[in-house]
Design a protein around this ligand. Sequence first.
Ligand code: KG4
Ligand code: ZN
Length: 342
Amino acid sequence: MTGDPKDKVVILGIETSCDETSAAVLVNGTDLLSHVISSQIATHQKYGGVVPEIASREHSLHLQPVVQQALDEAKVGFTDLSAIAVTYGPGLVGSLLVGVSGAKAMAYAAGIPLIGINHLEGHIYANFLHHQDLEFPFLALLVSGGHTHLILFKAHGQYQVLGHTRDDAAGEALDKVARTLGLGYPGGPQIQKVALEGDEQAFKFPRAMLEPTSLDFSFSGMKSAVLNTLNTARMRGETLSVPDLAASFQQSVVDVLVRKTLMAIQQTGVKTLLLAGGVAANRLLRETLDYELSQRSIRLVYPPPIFCTDNGAMIAIAGYYHYLAGDFAPWTLNAVPGLNLT
Ligand code: KG4
Ligand code: ZN
């Protein structure tokens, strides 16, 4: 690395919470020098979902080479780093442990601080990679395979969960419906693709809105409605159009996400919405929110698709803000699979 590295904040971010082993080197919260993702999707695809034991074994195999590649591409060594940031939850316990223990060992050996990052916070902070000008307060819609949250951010590290799913996450529901339709894993991108050929009005699936002012979500009943429709047709010997089912279900999920988000914007009066998590890569969701929010002069921000799904760069950027706040983890940092945003 050129120049005196000590006047720069250089963060190595490590992510291993689920099925991606990823590492990134970020300087001063703005310059992403490297970003390496080793995806296990092909390994898990034949099982129709992530197999936890295989995931942790794959992380063990790939963590060190992925970190080394990230350092090499960034042209930095461990001595150039200011700190190592690592996801410590939520996620699969075995997968998290590989990242946490690896990061601990590397940081301790290099004599630099360790920073523990909540994976959910990482997803939201992915937005700061391309928008350093974001002003508080803002609302975040976090939609991933494991979580669906509406969160009000008042300042760095100061947030309030306004609503969350009471059962399935949006991505989980998309994945389960996709599996039933024979579309494979991960389901969200497959549903999006197949839906392009379908009619979103073909099936009238329910939109679970819960109590009138509630910002909570419920996708389990909506998912079951698709499964029931399919089973009924099968019993009658009828064949339904998979593209129509995919398009109609995707529309129902997006409708609920957008309606609840608009309610949250109205209730809080915020002027900015951040989209985050794997489902934030969904084109229909982005386009619908783009349209609805531009009508209301609300700013909408979302990361490029590669920074929506799990990645090390989002952990590095979240780590950068923890670094500025002097918020470091003890060497006893452990994996917390059920970690939430509180
Ligand atoms: O954030 P993420 O990579 O992992 C978790 O933290 O869960 O999110 C994965 C989820 C999966 O459910 C996947 O189907 C969904 O994000 N997803 C999508 C799209 N890309 C990924 N859902 C809808 N449309 C997409 N384009
Ligand atoms: Zn994630």
